[in-house]
Design a protein around this ligand. Structure first.
Ligand code: HEC
Ligand code: HEC
Ligand code: HEC
Length: 135
């Protein structure tokens, strides 16, 4: 964004000076990390399945934040959400989309339960999104 201002001359000068003020409108990404993959593991290890890798960046570029963090009720903190497989199968959380219509269905266990056993919950991968099976 460019803004051109006509300024008064400083004291002692006669002519007006044309001042050019450049305003750089900083867009978007200021101060937000680019979350890559999030590992969910509140229940998986305990129940004997591989922890879940949620490719956050992959989803972020497709959906607005409020879809998941508003409407679907995901709290914005890694490890904070206690999600059960039953709820997902009933169409809540991941299951709101992974229902065979918007995205592939819950029958594809391995696409979600793809982390190595014992992988702790949290953000993985910095600015990269590696998708299923990489942690
Ligand atoms: C769309 C992603 C997704 C798919 C597909 C999926 N799960 Fe899950 N599942 C999750 C998430 C998320 C959790 C919660 C993870 C956690 O906190 O440990 C979970 C939790 C579980 C748990 C832990 C105990 C419980 O009941 O909550 C089991 C067992 C489980 N899933 C089995 C399966 C099986 C078997 C399949 C395939 C028939 C499957 N899941 C497919 C996402 C998925
Ligand atoms: C498709 C669903 C979905 C979308 C869209 C989404 N998120 Fe998330 N977000 C999640 C899930 C799931 C988690 C992990 C929650 C957990 O581990 O319990 C998460 C975690 C987070 C975290 C926690 C990171 C940390 O360090 O603890 C932040 C912050 C976040 N999201 C911000 C955003 C922002 C900003 C947007 C939009 C640009 C967005 N999310 C879009 C589902 C989504
Ligand atoms: C708002 C809708 C939405 C929600 C909620 C959602 N997903 Fe997805 N997800 C999608 C779509 C759409 C795709 C792309 C499907 C395709 O390529 O056919 C996808 C793809 C994926 C992929 C594959 C990524 C890749 O690299 O191909 C994984 C893994 C996945 N989702 C896991 C999850 C898990 C785990 C959750 C819950 C924590 C979740 N998703 C919640 C819409 C969603």
């Amino acid at each position: 964004m460019w803004t051109i201002l006509k300024c008064n001359a400083p004291p002692g000068r006669k002519k007006t000076t044309l001042c050019l003020l450049v305003v750089l409108a900083l867009t978007g990404h200021v101060g937000q990390a680019e979350y890559a993959d999030v590992v969910l593991n509140r229940r998986s290890d305990i129940e004997g399945v591989r922890p879940v890798i949620f490719p956050h960046w992959f989803h972020r570029i497709r959906y607005q934040c409020r879809v998941c963090h508003g409407e679907l009720g995901f709290e914005m903190r890694a490890g904070a959400n206690d999600v059960t497989m039953q709820e997902i199968t009933d169409g809540k959380f991941c299951g709101a989309c992974h229902n065979g219509q918007i995205a592939w269905s819950v029958e594809n266990c391995d696409l979600c339960h793809s982390a190595r056993p014992g992988t702790l919950a949290g953000i993985r991968g910095g600015h990269q999104t590696l998708g299923p099976g990489n942690w």
